[in-house]
Design a protein around this ligand. Structure first.
Ligand code: G
Ligand code: G
Ligand code: MN
Ligand code: NA
Length: 253
């Protein structure tokens, strides 16, 4: 059977689940947030990588249904913890470009916030540079989300197509420095030389930075010394089920 039909069944039969990767404050080492990441385990026990099924869902026009499932699942799983730590714990979700071109998206988001009593100001929507390609509707949707209090992060920064003019015009709060720029730090590879330029760009646009894919203490130290506030990566923690996140979060308080 085809991937689109497998995705349709997976939504119906609850084959997807969510894991959460901690976001760490580089100065204190404290967890200050989490990114929700989707996983798919097939009935036989095999997994399909999110890169594969998210891209397939985007191609087949199913991504909005996938995102709606994801948002509801995330709201259900994280609502109690978010409400217990107002202003201390943030939750980021990944959004696709079709989500933001859907005129009903912000209303759907608002309905979920109401139903699950989620504090909008603790939520962050991650968008990629691809979103800029169909600018018109997207800008309005981002504006409406921010009016609800939701923060916006530009994800995978430096790997897409964003022109500096789009970046300056879009209302955003965070810039996520892609792993491809973090991995070479300390190796002498020239790609690492790009990071200080991304940092000064983010600073001039008043964006907070999150470094992704941090795997070594050397990378973490270097990023902190260069003004990056937040990070995610295997050095700190891998994505985990909400129960494990909650246990470790409470132990840290
Ligand atoms: O966590 P992981 O390396 O498995 O994620 C791989 C890719 O899949 C990343 O680019 C991530 O943004 C994307 N991804 C993971 N979960 C979601 C999701 O719920 N929605 C969307 N749109 N993308 C996701
Ligand atoms: O949404 P985004 O494209 O940023 O997805 C982040 C992806 O990177 C996820 O698939 C996540 O599992 C993965 N990831 C997170 N931390 C690390 C890390 O330290 N090393 C590697 N190789 N992958 C990571
Ligand atoms: Mn992301
Ligand atoms: Na990323």
């Amino acid at each position: 059977t085809s991937l689109p039909s497998m995705i349709r069944h997976a939504l119906h039969d609850h084959e997807f689940h969510m894991v959460y990767q901690p976001v760490v404050d580089l100065a204190s080492g404290q967890w200050v947030g989490m990114e929700a990441l989707m996983r798919w385990t097939r009935p036989g026990g095999n997994s399909i990588a999110p890169d594969i099924f998210i891209a397939a869902a985007e191609r087949s026009g199913q991504i909005r249904a996938v995102t709606q499932w994801m948002l509801r699942q995330v709201a259900r799983e994280t609502g109690p913890l978010l409400r217990a730590y107002p202003g201390q714990l943030h939750l980021a979700v990944n959004l696709a470009s079709d989500d933001l071109s859907d005129a009903g998206f912000v209303e759907h988001w608002q309905a979920l916030l109401d139903e699950y009593q989620l504090p909008a100001t603790q939520l962050i929507g991650e968008i990629t540079e691809r979103v800029f390609m169909d600018a018109g509707q997207t800008g309005a949707q981002i504006h409406a989300l921010r009016n609800l209090g939701v923060g916006i992060a530009i994800d995978d920064f430096g790997t897409g197509y964003s022109s500096l003019s789009y970046l300056a015009q879009m209302e955003m709060d965070y810039l996520k420095i892609d792993k491809i720029f973090v991995t070479p730090i300390g190796t002498g590879a020239v790609t690492a030389n790009v990071v200080p330029h991304i940092v000064s760009l983010a600073q001039s646009l008043n964006l907070k930075m999150v470094a992704e894919g941090v795997e070594t203490p050397e990378q973490a130290d270097w990023l902190r010394q260069h003004g990056v506030q937040l990070a995610q990566g295997w050095l700190f923690a891998r994505p985990m089920p909400i129960q494990a996140f909650e246990r470790q979060w409470r132990a840290q308080q």
